[in-house]
Design a protein around this ligand. Structure first.
Ligand code: PEP
Ligand code: MN
Length: 257
């Protein structure tokens, strides 16, 4: 189902009036929904700059159990409220079956994160939902395993899958992960599904987000997902890789050029 062989043209995933798989799209927002004030500030900025999709995690799969775990349903309510106000499409991560039900109800797009790409039982549940799925690559998944995970979702009955390269684990420690742009170009050959790139988790460093965003589009990525925060130094998660609003505005200008 995911293979390029059996499909003529690139798939285009339609969400409201937005098409993913045509011209490059931008998803932006904080790593985690923290408060209504924070989300209001970021959402109004996206609206003013014509960025169509707002991200924000409510169920956060943090490396440490002592780190902020997300506002859960309360976070999804905030995401829904601000996105309605500013007419934005939303995406948030589901981490298990119960959060899946909630994310599907409150959000347009369901994100499956790197840690769950290999959770085949969860992938099979996605067939029961009509929301498009943003499937992130497992941090140690081969390209074939990544595409097979997409196949699980499609075989279960949900054909609206958008892939996301978010960096893989290598011996390098200077960056949080190693952006695998080989994979983006290869995946354009191997599948008709759209693929976007997440340079925030891919690099872990805000200074590298702009150059890797440009590179992502240059190799054929059909969009980027960027972590943006109104006050990155106070962010409850991933502040070091989050762009402030003026750096994000600069990224938008540079990408346009
Ligand atoms: C995220 O996008 O919020 C996230 C947790 O990313 P990943 O699953 O790629 O680490
Ligand atoms: Mn994050």
């Amino acid at each position: 189902l995911a293979s390029r062989k059996n499909a003529g043209e690139d798939s285009v995933i339609q969400i409201k009036n937005l098409a993913i798989g045509k011209s490059p799209i931008i998803i932006a927002g904080p790593c985690a929904v923290e408060s209504e004030k924070q989300m209001e500030c970021i959402a109004s900025f996206l609206h003013d700059h014509s960025v169509p999709i707002l991200r924000g995690g409510a169920f956060k799969p943090r490396t440490s159990p002592y780190s902020f775990q997300g506002l859960q349903e309360e976070g999804l309510k905030i995401l829904k409220k601000v996105s309605n106000k500013y007419n934005l499409i939303t995406v948030s991560e589901a981490v298990d079956e119960s959060s899946l039900e909630l994310v599907a109800n409150y959000c347009d797009i369901i994100q499956i994160g790197t840690r769950n790409m290999f959770n085949y039982q969860l992938l099979k549940k996605l067939g029961g939902y009509s929301n498009p799925i943003l499937l992130k690559r497992g941090m140690s998944a081969t390209i074939e395993e990544f595409l097979t995970a997409a196949e699980y979702i499609m075989a279960s009955g949900n054909k609206n899958v958008v892939l996301c390269e978010r960096g893989i684990r290598t011996f390098e420690t200077y960056t949080r992960n190693t952006m695998d742009l080989n994979a983006v170009a290869a995946i354009r050959e191997l599948t008709h599904l759209p693929i976007i790139v997440d340079p925030s988790h891919g690099t872990g460093r805000k200074s590298l987000v702009l150059p890797l965003s440009k590179a992502a589009i240059a190799v054929g990525g059909q969009g980027i997902m960027v972590e943006v925060h109104n006050n990155p130094s106070e962010a409850l998660s991933d502040g070091a890789q989050s762009l402030d609003l003026s750096s994000f505005k600069n990224l938008l200008l540079e990408l346009k050029t």
